[in-house]
Ligand binder design. Structure first.
Ligand SMILES: Cc1ncc(COP(=O)(O)O)c(C=O)c1O
Length: 272
């Protein structure tokens, strides 16, 4: 909102790397500045609240902090305590909004309930979600947001004058699906998660097998396994280092796999 307002001096987002690329391209598309991208812990991919505070103190042109958990592309899930800490930082900057992208909120492979930044910072947070991930409805383009009334009114005004609305059949279908799922305990969304989880297991097993003769590389790659969302962000530094020092393995001694997930099948073939 701040970015579409040409008079605002706050026209820049803060987001955390590794990053979903639209967090860079959408702000630029609507006239904002290049976002400020803060790094995260290289092992856990979690942001550091003290670094966020320092960035907000040093830059008075920030309009919004984007938090995305479960995360694309790392699969990290931010613990509740971390969300509370981030909220405490942002609370001290009342002109700054928070955008909590929770599009993967139902896709988690670890025990526990989804937590939202909005629980800890209701007056400054807009949370967004939708059907594309939770019911594999990508392409249907139906999402929703929740936030403070004044901001929702602005969002409504921009949306109703740009796209009007998502087509009615899609809206009705999503509403029915969620209603049936909850009222009749059909576990439709849980079914999507268990499908994804079994694909994740097969993917990891294929990598384990491919790296069985390179335990150090395997250990680094498996240091962080996705806790949610659709992604795995393995550390391949071990492989790059080994290639650079040509300790690696000629092509013939490495079993490299081309892995792809599509149509519900995991395909694996050895590369020559
Ligand atoms: C973090 C994140 N937010 C938003 C979206 C967009 O979702 P939709 O398909 O509902 O536009 C994606 C899609 O990949 C995503 O990964």
């Amino acid at each position: 909102m701040a970015m579409t307002n040409g008079r605002s001096h706050r026209r820049r987002f803060i987001c955390f790397a590794p990053i979903y690329e639209s967090f860079i391209s959408i702000p630029l598309l609507v006239g904002g500045e290049q976002p400020l991208v803060l790094s995260t812990d290289p092992k856990t991919f979690l942001p550091n609240p003290a670094e966020l505070r320092a960035a907000l103190e040093a830059n008075d042109d920030i309009c919004c902090v984007i938090v995305n958990s479960p995360n694309n592309p790392t699969g990290a899930i931010y613990p509740k305590e971390l969300l509370a800490e981030l909220a405490n930082v942002i609370k001290d900057f009342p002109e700054v909004w928070a955008l909590s992208d929770e599009v993967y909120r139902t896709v988690r492979f670890v025990p526990g309930r989804h937590a939202s930044l909005r629980q800890f910072l209701p007056d400054q947070t807009v949370s967004v979600s939708g059907m594309s991930k939770e019911v594999s409805g990508t392409g249907l383009r139906l999402g929703f947001c929740a936030g403070p009334l004044n901001l929702i009114a602005l969002i409504r005004s921009i949306q109703s004058n740009s796209s009007s609305c998502v087509n009615l059949p899609t809206q009705r279908a999503y509403e029915m699906l969620i209603r049936h799922d909850i009222e009749n305990n059909m576990e439709l969304r849980a079914g999507v998660v268990s499908q994804l989880q079994s694909r994740q297991k097969r993917l990891l097993a294929a990598f384990e097998a491919a790296l069985e003769r390179h335990p150090a590389v395997r250990e680094a790659m498996f240091a962080h396994v996705a806790q949610g969302a659709f992604y795995w962000f393995p550390n391949i530094q071990g492989i790059l280092d080994a290639c650079a020092s040509s300790k690696v393995p000629s092509a013939s001694s490495v079993r490299a796999f081309h892995l792809s997930i599509g149509g519900g099948d995991l395909c694996s073939r050895e590369l020559r």
